[in-house]
Ligand binder design. Structure first.
Ligand SMILES: Cc1cc2nc3c(=O)[nH]c(=O)nc-3n(C[C@H](O)[C@H](O)[C@H](O)COP(=O)(O)O)c2cc1C
Length: 317
């Protein structure tokens, strides 16, 4: 089975990938949070460059993800990525955010299938590296997916990662796994599943229902339980000292990268990671109002000294 880390803007960036791999072993693949391609003729700069800088991703199998509806910029970006040594690029057709959708990008691109078809045919032909897609089922209603899947099936995609929700679901309700099953049965290219795999039993149930499953992408489940992939392979849950060591390394990596703003990055991580501890609400209260590094260190010390581990580290939103 292939296990990959989901792209999560502001969370699963290069520091997280590196520290997680160091503490819990590398996953098979990592997708970068979405990157906007640079203008044709320009390079990736600033934060986007750091994300794909080979020096920040050494030893990890990283697939950059692009968010755009501009074919020229997409193809230009794939040339830059190919020159940096990347062997695949992923297109984001799932982002549900209102500002992205209103510009016709992310899941908003699924509104205009004629335009999407022209875009995908063009970029699949001209990109020097294979193109994979991460998709939702549509915007309003999963019946939209019939036509969307027909379109994908006519293209030479490297892989299709299906998060079987529609845009208006955001992250609520249950993923429509049946739509993933249809894709698996009908697609001429490899298919991956993503959505609500929070404990090993979720993955077992998916594989029992769809035995041809070969790639599962993990997001919130792995943030709430950093040992999730180890457990999926039959290993043990994270110990308290492993969790603390992971926390400390992650915090220091963020401090090195962004100084005092590391506190805010860690608070986003705690939104998920609090589920690894017995009383998630107490963790939330402890870190909620903290702003400064020294306050943060005191709050977290208290969390680790007073909280035991949850019986089951399971994300709950
Ligand atoms: C805070 C946040 C940021 C996300 N950023 C991205 C992104 O940059 N690109 C993307 O394709 N999906 C993004 N997603 C969606 C995740 O990759 C994934 O599809 C979603 O969390 C469902 O999987 P899960 O149930 O395993 O978490 C994001 C989700 C969240 C909650």
């Amino acid at each position: 089975m292939i296990y990959s880390l989901a792209p999560m803007e502001g969370i699963t960036g290069h520091a997280f990938r590196r520290v997680h791999a160091e503490c819990f072993g590398a996953l098979d693949r990592y997708y970068t949070p979405f990157l906007a391609p640079p203008r044709v003729g320009s390079s990736f700069g600033g934060k986007a460059f750091k994300e794909i800088d080979p020096a920040n991703n050494e030893g990890l199998n990283v697939i950059p993800q692009l968010l755009t509806k501009n074919a020229e910029e997409f193809v230009w970006a794939t040339k830059l990525l190919a020159d940096m040594g990347y062997r695949e690029v992923n297109l984001n057709l799932g982002c549900p955010s209102g500002t992205v959708v209103s510009k016709g990008k992310g899941s908003g691109f699924l509104r205009n299938l004629d335009e999407l078809e022209v875009f995908l045919r063009d970029v699949c032909e001209r990109s020097p590296i294979p193109v994979s897609v991460k998709t939702r089922l549509g915007l309003e209603d999963d019946a939209e997916y019939e036509r969307i899947l027909d379109l994908y099936r006519s293209l030479p995609l490297a892989e299709l990662i299906v998060h079987p929700r529609v845009q208006k679901d955001r992250y609520t309700g249950s993923p429509r796994q049946g739509r993933y099953g249809d894709t698996l049965a009908r697609a001429p290219f490899p298919v991956a599943y993503n959505g609500d795999i929070f404990v090993p039993e979720d993955a077992s149930a998916l594989c029992a229902a769809y035995p041809a499953t070969r790639h599962v992408m993990l997001g919130r489940g792995l943030l709430a339980n950093p040992a999730l992939v180890r457990m999926l392979a039959g290993g043990v849950p994270a110990t308290a000292s492993e969790l603390k060591q992971f926390h400390d390394k992650l915090f220091h990596a963020y401090v090195d990268e962004i100084g005092g703003n590391a506190v805010f990055r860690m608070k986003e991580w705690w939104f998920y990671a609090k589920c690894a501890l017995a009383d998630p609400m107490a963790v939330h209260r402890a870190v909620r109002k903290v702003r400064k590094i020294n306050e943060y260190e005191v709050a977290v010390e208290k969390v680790f000294n007073t909280q035991s581990l949850a019986a089951v580290a399971r994300f709950s939103g």
